[in-house]
Design a protein around this ligand. Structure first.
Ligand SMILES: [Zn+2]
Ligand SMILES: [Zn+2]
Length: 457
């Protein structure tokens, strides 16, 4: 719990409004206001007890989730994750034996072997998403929560707290586990496979990492770091923030007033603010176009080549699925088909459709369109499964002409599709869905907007 002393000492810009020094839970007289990140609706947060959450009344997006002992909880989980990660990189991951030839790999070899096959970009993507970014994230959480527990934030705490939210979507340890399981089942019939300690440690790491990122209570964290400046004077609840010349900070949640050009910086966390993401539709269109183009080589070229007893057989994504069906591995064929075909194509179609209809959204369909957007944002990273399968098989199956697997050019193209569609979902601003025509506009505001007067309630 932050002390009074802590909040007084935190530095805020000179022109910052009054800082409310009561902890979030104790505040009943002054209401804390939030603008929903997905529909821009301004609402007041109720006092929250641990285990409770507050959702947007218009689109039901979760605004704040309160945990019991947030700092201790995140710190314990982050330490446990780091221990599991250290175990995962120090022991053998998987080993396989075929006709007396065996090979044992460590976790990091899933990336380093790819460099040997001239796929450095895919190798970097693998090592970053499963090891480097999660490790950086966990160390950041430790640094931050350690300072908060001592009631004295360590240097750079604000920058670290701001970066954590940006790192989360790029950590893919959980997706890697699915890739590892698919790889194991794929080769189980062809060779003897043995699972090492590192595999189990990595499973624990993926789970603990997920729990750590879920345990972060951004609202409490920012309150403890910087206090809570009051919302700009005249902010009204039950109206979109954009109409009032305001915006909610995407990182710390605070409502800020924007410059007349619709820009600014958050007075609490210094995040760049825009009324709507700049050129959101154009950027989303460009990224969608690029990923649609990359989806062609991803399917035309082989994703990997299997050499067995001197015979090389390259296989494309679809070819691999057909092969699995012929082998009778229906569940694995289904996983690969969903992750590599349905998810990326579905995402491309859904985002294209959202971009097309966003100008014609109404209060009636905005809710379902926001739900569709949320789904595309959530499922995007799961497409990486096939890239991870290639990384694992290439590292593991190395028994010369007896049996070996090499990566194909489609692995890079497909990795690019995943990253580009993820970026496309990030650049799409869901608040645009709710913008036109705005439902239940306040007559006073509409008149003021028409005469271009500043809205100050
Ligand atoms: Zn909302
Ligand atoms: Zn902020």
């Amino acid at each position: 719990m932050p002390s009074q002393k802590l909040i007084k000492r935190r530095t805020l810009p000179v022109n910052a409004p009054l800082v409310d020094s009561l902890p979030p839970e104790a505040r009943t007289q002054r209401r804390r206001l939030r603008a929903c990140h997905e529909c821009d609706w301004v609402s007041a947060l109720p006092p929250l007890n641990s285990g409770e959450k507050a959702s947007c009344p218009r689109c039901s997006h979760v605004l704040v989730k309160r945990h019991r002992y947030p700092a201790q909880r995140s710190m314990a989980l982050a330490i446990a994750s780091l221990v599991a990660l250290m175990l995962a990189v120090s022991f053998p991951f998987i080993s396989f034996t075929v006709s007396g030839v065996s090979n044992r790999i460590e976790l990091t070899q899933t990336a380093t072997t790819l460099i040997g096959f001239h796929q450095p970009v895919v190798a970097i993507a693998v090592i970053m998403t499963i090891l480097v970014l999660p490790a950086v994230y966990l160390l950041g959480v430790l640094w931050l929560q350690f300072g908060l527990l001592r009631d004295r934030p360590l240097p750079f705490s604000r920058d670290i707290a701001r970066s954590l939210a940006h790192l989360t979507p790029w950590m893919m340890a959980d997706v890697f586990i699915i890739g590892a399981l698919v790889s194991l089942i794929k080769i189980a019939g062809l060779a003897d496979v043995e699972i090492g300690i590192s595999f189990w440690a990595f499973c624990a790491f993926a789970l603990l990492l997920l729990m750590t990122s879920q345990s972060l209570d951004a609202d409490w964290m920012w309150f403890s770091l910087e206090g809570e400046p009051l919302a700009p004077e005249g902010t009204r609840t039950g109206l979109p923030a954009g109409e009032q010349g305001l915006t909610g900070c995407p990182t710390c949640g605070l409502i800020n007033r924007l410059s007349p050009r619709g820009r600014g910086h958050c007075i609490r966390c210094h995040e760049k603010l825009h009324q709507r993401l700049p050129n959101s539709l154009q950027r989303t269109w460009a990224l969608l176009g690029a990923s649609a183009i990359m989806y062609i080589p991803a399917n035309v070229y082989p994703i990997m080549t299997t050499t067995s007893l001197g015979n090389s057989s390259p296989s494309t994504i679809i070819g691999g699925v057909v092969q699995l069906i012929q082998m009778g591995s229906w569940p694995i064929a289904a996983v690969i088909f969903i992750a590599s075909v349905i998810v990326p194509v579905g995402k491309l179609v859904a985002l294209t459709w959202l971009c097309l209809v966003v100008k014609r959204s109404s209060a009636l369909n905005a809710q379902s369109r926001t739900r569709l957007y949320r789904l595309t944002e959530f499922i995007g990273r799961w497409s990486m499964v096939d890239v991870f399968v290639v990384a694992i098989l290439v590292a593991l199956i190395r028994a010369g002409s007896l049996m070996s697997i090499t990566p194909g050019p489609a692995s890079l193209a497909f990795g690019a599709v995943v990253v580009l569609t993820m970026l496309a979902a990030m650049t799409f601003d869901p608040r645009l869905i709710w913008d036109t025509p705005l439902p239940h506009r306040h007559p006073l505001l509409r008149r003021k907007a028409a005469t271009k007067e500043p809205v100050d309630g």
